[in-house]
Design a protein around this ligand. Structure first.
Ligand code: AMP
Length: 295
């Protein structure tokens, strides 16, 4: 496994790999690798002959009051895990390498950046799109792997790729969870033991809503009322930013479940939430497939 620090070097290697007939898979990350990241690497290894992982904590996707400085970093451990996982190249540029002093051109993510997480993190998705576009230009992979844990991010990136005709195949991968259902995340490290226990509330609320819908409860106020009750009872929940029911591809909000599920061609239901557990902001989601037993 080789570690590449420079953009020119990464571009050259990727070109050579493709000239040699390799299928190049790419997994962009901010490091502090966990089994969620490793599942993307594994899928990339299954589907491609060479795997490139980037480790770059992107300052542009953090707001001024957010956790860029304290975001967990452990390069030695990340490189060990990457090697063990069969990664061929780790692209690990410095901030200055990615953003020169005179950097000023950015991507604007469009209307989807204003909903869900975007309501609370107004600059986030522009920052994500800008760095992902740069990484895709540098690595120029055949396939790029993203987790559905960051569901809105995945949809926004798919849209960017379509809108800007970027020649890459975006592959969405399932959410990896701890045994008790908590979605694995680098930020789980911030949780105290009590908060860690309470943090399963996100997955429990998503499942409660899903179960209610499957059992025929199509009154959104009643579903949200039940979920609010659960969040309110939980000692570690400081703030629920959103708990939304949305169309999984367009991210359009579902306001009338009865009408929506009655449609012959409904595309299923995304249930997504963002919650502050103590001082840590966590997100999670589940998707009900079209044609689930919704009456
Ligand atoms: P991050 O390092 O947090 O930017 O995440 C890098 C990639 O890993 C993104 O595509 C995430 O969606 C994905 N990812 C993070 N956590 C998980 C998880 N629990 N399951 C699946 N994918 C994940």
């Amino acid at each position: 496994m080789k570690v590449i620090k420079k953009i020119d070097g990464m571009m050259k290697i990727s070109k050579e790999l493709k000239n040699q007939g390799n299928k190049v898979g790419f997994v962009p990350t901010m490091g502090y690798l966990h089994k969620g990241h490793l599942s993307l690497i594994e899928k990339s290894r299954d589907e491609c002959s060479k795997v490139i992982v980037s480790i770059f904590v992107n300052p542009r996707q953090f707001g001024p009051q957010e956790d860029f400085d304290k975001y967990p970093r452990d390069k030695k451990r990340d490189l060990g895990l990457s090697r063990k996982a069969g990664v061929d190249y780790v692209f690990n540029p410095d901030t200055k390498e990615m953003y020169r002093d005179d950097f000023e051109t950015t991507v604007s993510a469009g209307s989807l950046k204003k909903i869900m997480c975007g309501r609370f993190r107004p600059l986030h998705f522009d920052g994500v799109c800008t760095v992902v576009l740069k990484l895709l230009n540098i690595v120029a992979p055949h396939n790029t792997y993203f987790g559905r844990k960051d569901y809105q991010q995945l949809i926004i990136i798919r849209k960017m790729v379509r809108d800007l005709n970027i020649p890459v195949n975006i592959v969405g991968c399932p959410i990896v969870r701890e045994k008790d259902g908590l979605a694995v995340s680098s930020r789980n490290k911030y949780l105290s033991p009590a908060e860690r226990e309470d943090a399963t509330i996100l997955f429990r609320c998503l499942n409660t809503a899903a179960k209610l819908i499957k059992n025929g409860q199509l009154d959104i106020n009643k579903i949200k009322g039940q979920v609010d009750f659960m969040f309110n009872k939980n000692k570690s929940v400081k703030r629920v930013e959103y708990f939304d029911l949305r169309e999984p591809e367009s991210l359009q909000e579902i306001n009338d479940l009865e009408q929506y599920t009655g449609r012959q061609h409904n595309r299923g239901i995304l249930i997504a939430t963002a919650v502050w557990i103590g001082g840590t902001r966590l997100i999670d989601n589940i998707v009900l497939k079209p044609g689930i037993n919704i009456s």
